[in-house]
Structures are given as C-alpha cells and as structure tokens.
Design a protein around this ligand. Structure first.
Ligand code: HPA
Length: 273
C-alpha cells in the first residue's frame, strides 16, 4: 500500500462526498454495526473502489466506507464498515492504508470499536470499556517497513484523554457504565488458553481481543486522535462456563448491539462538539 494509493482513495471519497466532510471516523467492529441505524443521508463507497483499502474480510462485514449524519447532532461521520484483521494474513499493516485515508480526507479523529473478552469477573458480557492503554504482546506493528524518523511514534497517550473524558460524560448522561482499562492484543485467530489469560491478568490487561492495536498505532502515526471502545462479548478463556467460538461472539454482540449503538451515537456527538 503506497501513499499514492492513499491519495487516490482520498480523492475518490471526496469526489463521492461533494462538499460534505467527516468530523470523525469509526472503525466498526463486531457488535457495533447497530450504530448504522438512525443515520441520515448515507453515501457508500465500496472498499473495492479505494486502492488503499483491504479486500473484504470475514463474513458479517459489508466492506464499504459510509459517510452519514448523526440524527441527534448532524455530525458527519465516516464509517469504515469492515476491517481486515492481522490474523487473516499475518500482516499488521492490513488497515494502514484505510487509516491513513481517514487522515488524508482531513478527518481529525478516529474511534476504533471491537468485541473483546473480559478479564474482569465484575465486567460480564455486554460491558463497555474505553481503552486507557494497550499491550502489544504480538510485537508486530503497521509501521514495520515504513521509512523516516516519524515511524518512532510516541505511544505515551495513544488513547486521547480529552476524548475519553467526553466519552465518559456521554455514557454517564445515558446512565450506562463505561469502564476504562487496558486491552491486550493477541494475534489469534484461535482464542486464548486459560494460562494465557492468567498471564494477561498478571500483566495488567482488562480485556483481550484480536484487533484495534495495529489501527491505533497507524492512526497515531498519521496524526489522528484516537478513542477505542470494547464491547465485552464473553468472559475470557477459563473464566466463564461458555465454550468460546466465533458464533458465540456474534450472538453476544447481537444481544448488546442496540445499547452499544446508543452509547456510540452519544459519544460521537459529544466528542465532535
Ligand atoms: N479473545 C480474543 N478475542 C475476542 C474474545 C476473546 O475472548 N472475545 C471477542 N473477541
């Protein structure tokens, strides 16, 4: 993926949008697609028409960029509907071009959403967590292979404190708990072993998942402000009674989709004021 592909993708989007521009971008993870309800004036551009964007990922995602307005605040949002995970190809750069395109169209903020396993007994399936930080135990980066000294990105405050504060205010306004914690990225696609989960707990993780971290690193490199939110879809391996599977994740995600959507709409309105 070249910078030229990013430029061509940005031009294609701007052509489709006319004078409209997004104030915030959202990467939609499992359990978050309910937020497409209640959006106005949607314009879709398929990833296939955007050379910096990845080919279609796993089933359940329709791969397109949607520009739309939030009904409650008229905020213009750019939805990245469909992500390629690093576990699909072993390539942590999978979403780099898409994230850089967000910056190239002049959008300053990206909200990265995901489904995650909970490492906190008191945070059951359906709980929401804003990332305060992450653990990149995979030790891969979307910046491997990138030149220049700007690749040495400061990750001291990867998840923007002001955006997190605004998100807390929005969730509180709805009476919904938005926890804060550390997300551990595991490559997958297999779920973790109970021993791995005990290790992650000792290392300070509160949630575990297979996405988000490469996107956050690429976004910080591109100069975007980042907010990331996990929807817990299960207790992590060894902590609950259920057998972990992709079907179980999708089922739990569907159960909590409406609530997650409501909170996300409110957060998007709050952070773009
Ligand atoms: N582990 C990793 N990724 C996940 C999980 C999990 O338990 N649940 C949802 N995504």
């Amino acid at each position: 993926m070249s910078q030229e592909a990013v430029q061509r993708s940005a031009e294609a989007l701007i052509h489709a949008w006319g004078a409209r521009r997004p104030r915030v971008a959202v990467v939609l993870g499992s359990g978050w697609s309910g937020m497409v309800q209640g959006l106005l004036d949607a314009v879709d551009v398929p990833y296939a028409d955007l050379p910096a964007f990845p080919p279609l990922g796993i089933a359940g995602h329709s791969a397109c960029v949607r520009l739309a307005r939030l009904a409650q605040s008229s905020t213009e949002v750019m939805l990245l509907m469909g992500r390629q995970h690093a576990y699909e190809t072993g390539d942590a750069t999978a979403m780099r071009g898409a994230v850089r395109t967000v910056a190239a169209v002049g959008c300053p903020i990206i909200v990265v959403t995901n489904a995650a396993g909970s490492l906190r007994a008191q945070w059951p399936s359906g709980s929401l967590m804003a990332l305060s930080d992450h653990l990149n135990l995979v030790q891969r980066s979307p910046l491997q292979g990138w030149g220049g000294s700007d690749r040495f990105v400061d990750m001291g405050q990867a998840y923007d404190p002001d955006l997190r504060r605004a998100a807390q205010g929005a969730a509180a306004g709805l009476g919904v708990a938005l926890h804060e914690g550390v997300y551990a990225w595991m490559m997958g696609p297999q779920f973790e072993t109970p021993a791995e989960i005990r290790m992650l707990q000792r290392l300070g993780a509160d949630a575990v998942g297979m996405s988000t971290v490469p996107e956050t690193i690429a976004a910080r490199h591109a100069g975007l402000r980042v907010l990331a939110i996990s929807l817990m879809t299960n207790m992590a391996a060894g902590m609950g009674v259920e057998r972990l599977s992709h079907e179980q994740t999708l089922k739990a995600a569907a159960l909590h989709e409406a609530q997650a959507a409501k909170v996300l709409h409110s957060i998007l309105s709050a952070i773009t004021i």
